[in-house]
Each structure stands twice: as C-alpha cells, then as structure tokens.
Design a protein around this ligand. Structure first.
Ligand SMILES: [Zn+2]
Length: 238
C-alpha cells in the first residue's frame, strides 16, 4: 500500500526509522504523503525544509511576491540556489508564485494530504481553513508575534477549526507590521513540520484540538483545549 524504501532511503532515514514508534512503516507513509505549505517565509521555509529532509514524497509550496532585504533576517530559503540542491532528498516539488486565494485554494488543497498555513495574513488562513474543512483535509496552524508562538492541528469535524477560534481577521492584525526575529520563526517552523509528520505517518499524537502557546522571552509553554462552535460558519454543519 505504501511505497517501498530504496536501500539509499533506508540508510538516509536510518536515524529516524530507529526512533521508538516510528519505524519503516512511518517512513513509507511519509514517502507516499504530500503537503501544501503556503508562504515560504521565516515560518514556512524551515517547515518545508524539514518536511523535505524527513522524506515527504511531495511538497506543494506557494509564495507570491519577491524577496526584499527585510526578509533576510529569517527566511533561510531565500536564495536562488536553495531548492533542488543535493542536500534536499528526492521528492516531487510543485510551486506557485501566487498567494492563496478563494479562487486557487480548491485546486491546491485537492493535490495534497495536509496543509501547513505559515502565512502572516489571517484572511488567507481563514480561506485555507474553509477549504480544508470542505475537503476534510488536516491543517497545521502555526503563527507567531515577536516572542510568542501558537501551534495547533485542525482535523475537520473532530477539532475546532480556525474559524471556531477566530471567526474573522482580528482588527488589531497587521500582516506585515509585527516584529520578528529568525530563531523564533525557525523554531516554530520546525515544530510545524513535526506536527505534519505526526499526522501524515500516524506516529505519535499530534496537537489535534490542543493549542500550544510558547513564550520564548520567558521560555514558558502552556496548552489549552478550546471547544468547537456549533454555529461556526465553516465547520458547524459537520
Ligand atoms: Zn469551525
């Protein structure tokens, strides 16, 4: 059912295959799996890179616009020669230079098993959330602001969706106005990839329905489990 691993892949992924509960089956599942990462910035860059290095079979990465000098304190993939270099395992990469919109997300989400929303734009997150609910695809939601991070996994019909938590883009939200330093989004990007790997392989419990909040100034973490909203415009009918 899941693709076989080559001798090279068995050697390449040996150290994660030997992890308790992971094994060859999780690696084969990952090889047969696909994910959409919207925005390849400070958060989506490490998320996509770690998914690729862990051996995911197909990555759909989308990012509009062009690189600016103010991106370079955190966007570790923002070099012309980064994607496709030998250190990235063999995988199918689909790219788009568009942002996620109501017009394109239907086709994008249909091509993958899971979505990582790593965009700073809350409106775009809500569009992706609605499409994931419509297509019953899991969504890894991660976001940060200065020293603070939040991470959760949305499983449509089982957990609160993003719209249950935030019905519309908050008034205070300014997609490009918040302070950000590379190690904060780098760490959260890695955790985003880890949650995606848990969902795609069935290995270990993802943060489904649980919001993990991390304060990297105080170095503290907390978790909460919010409820679904029965009147949610996105998932209330499920
Ligand atoms: Zn909902």
């Amino acid at each position: 059912m899941w693709p076989e691993l080559t001798e090279h892949e068995l050697e390449r992924y040996k150290r994660q295959i030997q992890m308790a509960g992971f094994g060859e089956e999780s690696q084969r599942r990952l090889k047969g799996a696909s994910a959409l990462v919207t925005r390849l910035g400070g958060l989506g860059g490490p998320a996509a890179l770690y998914l690729a290095m862990a051996g995911i079979g197909k990555l759909f990465i989308a990012h509009g616009g062009t690189c600016t000098p103010s991106n370079l304190n955190r966007m570790l993939l923002m070099r012309d020669d980064a994607v496709g270099r030998p250190r990235i395992p063999t995988l199918e990469i689909v790219t788009s230079t568009d942002y996620a919109t109501e017009e394109n997300v239907g086709e994008w989400v249909s091509q993958v098993d899971l979505v990582c929303t790593t965009t700073p734009d809350f409106g775009e997150r809500l569009v992706l959330n609605r499409e994931c609910v419509r297509q019953r695809k899991p969504l890894v939601h991660s976001g940060m602001n200065e020293w603070e991070c939040q991470l959760t996994v949305i499983v449509p019909g089982q957990t609160p969706c993003l719209e249950c938590l935030v019905p519309e883009p908050p008034e205070w939200w300014d997609p490009y106005g918040f302070g950000v330093i590379g190690p904060v989004c780098g760490m959260l990007g890695c955790l985003t990839a880890l949650e995606a790997i848990k969902v795609l392989t069935g290995c270990a419990e993802p943060l489904a329905g649980t919001i993990l909040s991390i304060d990297l100034e105080e170095m503290s973490m907390s978790k909460c489990r919010p409820n679904r909203r029965s009147d949610c415009g996105a998932c209330g009918h499920l």
